[in-house]
Design a protein around this ligand. Structure first.
Ligand code: ADP
Length: 162
């Protein structure tokens, strides 16, 4: 049986916390689709192509991992790629309410799709995409927080005056 999972998110930008979840999920599933949400309510800083590009550069040569993007309902995307599980990462208690609501909503729409939560590594428990963008704006160091390609991209933000 092919066990396929979808790991959806904004990935604006991808951090080492995301990479850790993706690599751990790839040990459990035959294929993991990292699916960048095209149209999230929060207006992203990076374009869809930039977000997909940063993920591809950070995860190249990983056979089980596919980078994709989607629009619309997650349950429909999951069905289209024949996924049976949705992966989400959990950091602090503050993640819980939103994740709980999303998981129950998705289950209501498709009971055959199971949401699986993976606990962050303690090294990344404080880390979020927003934090890296804030550090980039202030000109601080994000050593160890994001993959090298993302680091370059974040540094260029300051040069672009973003
Ligand atoms: P979304 O906008 O859908 O929350 P994100 O890109 O912020 O998208 O996050 C995607 C998923 O990764 C979420 O489940 C989030 O909780 C999880 N995540 C984000 N940062 C980390 C981290 N540092 N460690 C573990 N999981 C994380």
């Amino acid at each position: 049986m092919n066990r396929i999972a979808v790991y959806p998110g904004s990935f604006d930008p991808v951090t080492n916390g995301h990479i850790d979840i993706i690599e751990r999920a790839a040990k459990i599933f035959d294929a993991v689709y990292v699916a960048v949400i095209r149209n999230p309510e929060k207006s992203p800083l990076f374009s869809i192509d930039e977000r997909v590009g940063m993920l591809k550069a950070s995860l190249k040569a990983r056979k089980k991992i596919r980078i994709d993007s989607f629009d619309g309902l997650l349950v429909e995307y999951a069905r289209a790629v024949k996924a049976t599980s949705i992966i989400r990462g959990l950091r602090a208690v503050s993640d819980f309410d939103y994740e709980f609501q999303m998981a129950l909503t998705n289950r209501r729409m498709d009971p055959s799709l199971e949401t699986i939560f993976m606990m962050t590594d303690y090294k990344y428990s404080y880390l979020s995409s927003s934090l890296t963008k804030e550090i980039a704006r202030l000109g601080g160091s994000f050593e160890g927080m994001v993959p090298p390609g993302v680091m370059r991209k974040l540094r260029s933000l300051k040069e672009r005056g973003v």
